[in-house]
Design a protein around this ligand. Structure first.
Ligand code: PMP
Length: 290
């Protein structure tokens, strides 16, 4: 595998960053998880735009333009002959001193890794997954805004550990007010009658690219789409529940905190939206090979 670091390609075992990079020392940096399907990078522009928004929020200026980073992602896929896979794009603050001060960092680094991913077992896509609510609440906007896809993912990792300890793969994170925010690496949706609902971004969710695509698909399907505050009660009593993410795509949830959701099997709207999502990934995206 060839890994892009600051304009050059390195083999897996020589692709290294400095121990003085503030991305390592402090989680100071931003990232994206992007997916390629059938020789096209899905929603590339949206991912790069979000990367730049995250970077702006932490006053980090990527050392390449938006267009140059798009091209680096496509070129790294080409270099690895990758048609289907998962791309991790990272911008770190760069090499600095042992103090926090980002102004001491000389130049941000851009890293692109083009690899494969299988987030959840196939069985869960067919029959649904069980999730739980965990005690770790989502970061406050006023502390570390969850909209920033930063290299500091400890809030999510702690929740993920709690999910694993409870014997499940994903967890609902509530915000400090007790409303449902999202999961550790996925956005959450419920279906109620002909309504598709997902927590508002202000509840503490990432501006999920898959979330946006699914909301558009649902509108096209004629579902009523809403982004109200949701409580655990709303989730327990939903007809259907599913999660979305670039890695996860759409995955049905059939049990939450021991409560069976709907019929206990993936519901019809979840199946329909999954089908439409897969159809879209087959036909849309930035071509890797021109
Ligand atoms: N929430 C969190 C916390 C995430 O890390 C992610 C990405 N893995 C998502 C939601 C889903 O976002 P996207 O659809 O853009 O991948």
């Amino acid at each position: 595998m060839k890994i892009f670091i600051d304009g050059q390609y390195y083999d897996e075992n020589t692709a290294k960053v400095s121990v003085f990079d503030h991305g390592l020392l402090y989680g100071d940096g931003v990232f994206e998880g992007i997916r390629a399907y059938h020789g096209r990078v899905f929603r590339l522009k949206e991912h790069i735009d979000r990367l730049f928004f995250s970077a702006k929020a932490i006053l980090l200026s990527p050392p390449m333009t938006n267009e140059a980073i798009c091209e680096a992602v496509l070129a790294t896929c080409r270099e690895n002959n990758l048609r289907d896979g998962y791309i991790r794009l990272v911008v770190t603050r760069g090499v600095g001193t042992l103090g926090l001060n980002p102004n001491r960092c000389s130049k941000p680094s851009v890293i692109v890794i083009a690899d494969k991913i299988q987030l959840y077992p196939q069985e869960m896509y067919e029959h649904g997954m069980a999730i739980v609510t965990v005690p770790t609440v989502r970061n406050l906007h006023s502390a570390l805004n969850p909209a920033i896809k930063s290299l500091n993912y400890l809030n999510n990792i702690l929740a993920k550990i709690e999910a694993n300890n409870a014997g499940v793969e994903e967890a609902i994170m509530l915000n400090s007010e007790g409303f449902v925010a999202e999961c550790t690496g996925d956005n959450i949706f419920i279906v109620r009658g002909n309504e598709l609902l997902t927590p508002p971004l202000a509840a503490g969710a990432l501006y999920g690219i898959t979330r946006g695509v699914v909301l558009d698909l649902a509108r096209d399907l004629g579902l009523r789409v809403g982004e109200p505050n949701l409580t655990r009660y709303d989730v327990f009593n939903a007809d259907e529940c599913f999660l979305t993410g670039t890695g996860a795509e759409l995955i049905p949830v059939t049990k939450v905190d021991g409560r069976v959701i709907g019929t206990g099997e993936p519901g019809p709207q979840t199946r329909k939206l999954t089908e439409l999502y897969h159809a879209l990934t087959k036909t849309s995206g930035a071509p890797i090979f021109g």
